[in-house]
Design a protein around this ligand. Structure first.
Ligand SMILES: Cc1cc2nc3c(=O)[nH]c(=O)nc-3n(C[C@H](O)[C@H](O)[C@H](O)COP(=O)(O)O)c2cc1C
Length: 386
């Protein structure tokens, strides 16, 4: 069957056929490798969209290897996403390095977590070799400037900043011909990143899986479009089929950035059990929590998330929260309660029914949107009495 034509300014800007981007998704539950690996990025790019590697969990060397891998799998444009959080470790990054990273965490916070584990019948165990994010960061791994250096050296086609402002890197990226995208969850940050000269602002609504804000996509996108014009806007959060794509274009976006929809694809690096939970989920089954990362993150909910939220313990800054929960998540794994691990996913999970090749997800989305935009909407307009 002939492929439909659905072109927007995003296609010209990024050199792609369809205005659909698969989100850069970092590590999912249980400290696994990032979800959006080269296989997914290449599959989406080869199918005419833009595939983006979720680079956050890769060390600089592993990130370079993943970029080379995607280059070997496609000659189409692709992207890399990194997190550039402004308050990583809450400023602890400048202090002395304790021998045991646990010393970075307040005792009462840790005791609170132990109580939660006890209430869920999980025996508290200390994880061997708890990663020290402070030491790792200084060694150049995980949310560090060294990852950005790889992105710049590799002259990749597209860079996306998932958190924070890529402003300090924009000039060097653009000098390489790299297009720069930046994710935001409100108009204030949209204006900030647009002023830094990014090529595209990605307005991500609260419906989104993973780290997310408070404003819903339907109201966020048009406000960001108005706030940052003439910088173009891509819509994210809750888009899982052609209806979402068509709606995003109607709201003034020039394309979509979809995470959860591609997280259940065959090529996503996500354990089957977690894909199944997303596919089984209904619209009410996700919840935003700071439990896993210290920042608001939407997950398939579970009793651990609910117990943490009910306890009212203040989360620690990103990085430190990872140290705090390392023993808990180790204990959870040892207890075989994998359903308590992080399973980031958006509200659109309720719309997703099967795991399929990423190319099929993309092509069905485009075909449905093209049908709505070319035939259904004009027909509806004609049906309205004068
Ligand atoms: C498992 C998972 C991991 C994610 N990791 C990242 C990440 O590392 N960087 C990032 O910019 N966004 C990340 N996100 C958010 C996505 O980029 C995207 O904005 C979001 O999934 C869009 O909403 P949707 O899930 O409703 O499509 C993640 C989302 C999920 C579901």
């Amino acid at each position: 069957m002939a492929r439909p034509i659905l072109r927007t300014a995003l296609c010209d800007l990024l050199g792609i056929e369809y205005p659909v981007i698969s989100a850069g998704m970092g590590p999912v539950g249980g400290g696994a490798a990032p979800a959006a690996v080269a296989e997914l990025a290449a599959a989406v790019s080869n199918a005419g969209g833009l595939g983006v590697i979720g680079g956050a969990g890769f060390s600089p060397d592993a990130l370079r290897a993943e970029i080379n891998k995607v280059r070997a799998m496609t000659n189409k444009p692709f992207g890399v996403d990194l997190l550039l959080p402004s308050n990583f470790m809450g400023g602890a990054a400048s202090g002395e390095l304790p021998r045991d990273p646990r010393d970075l965490v307040p005792k009462e916070t840790r005791d609170g977590l132990k109580k939660i584990a006890e209430s869920l019948g999980i025996e508290w165990l200390e994880a061997p070799n708890t990663p020290n994010p402070l030491a790792n960061r200084r060694a150049g791994a995980g949310m560090s400037d060294d990852q950005m250096e790889v992105v710049i050296e590799e002259k990749i086609p597209v860079f996306a900043a998932g958190l924070g402002n890529p402003g300090p890197f924009v000039e060097r990226l653009k000098a390489n011909g790299t297009k720069v995208l930046s994710l935001v969850g409100n108009t204030k940050n949209a204006k900030r990143v647009a002023a830094s000269g990014v090529d595209v602002v990605v307005a991500q609504g609260t419906e989104a899986g993973g780290h997310t804000g408070r404003i819903a996509t339907f109201v966020l996108v048009p406000q960001v479009v108005d706030a940052v014009a003439p910088t173009p806007v891509v819509a994210a959060g809750g888009i899982g089929d052609g209806r979402g794509l068509a709606a995003a274009l109607a709201l003034g976006a020039i394309g979509v950035w979809c995470g959860t929809a591609f997280l259940v694809s065959n090529e996503a690096n996500q354990p089957d059990i977690q894909k199944e939970r997303i596919l089984a989920a209904m619209d009410e089954d996700t919840r935003i929590t700071k439990l896993y990362s210290g920042k608001t993150m939407r997950n398939i909910t579970n009793p651990l998330i609910e117990a943490w939220d009910a306890a009212g313990i203040a989360a620690l800054p990103m990085g430190l929260q990872g140290v705090l929960v390392a023993d808990l998540l180790y204990s959870v794994r040892k207890a075989g309660k994998t359903e308590y691990l992080m399973n980031a996913a958006g509200q659109v999970a309720g719309l997703l029914k099967s795991s399929r090749p990423a190319a099929d997800i993309l092509h069905d989305m485009v075909a449905q949107a093209a049908d709505i935009l070319a035939r259904k909407l004009p027909a509806t307009v004609q049906a309205v009495p004068a």
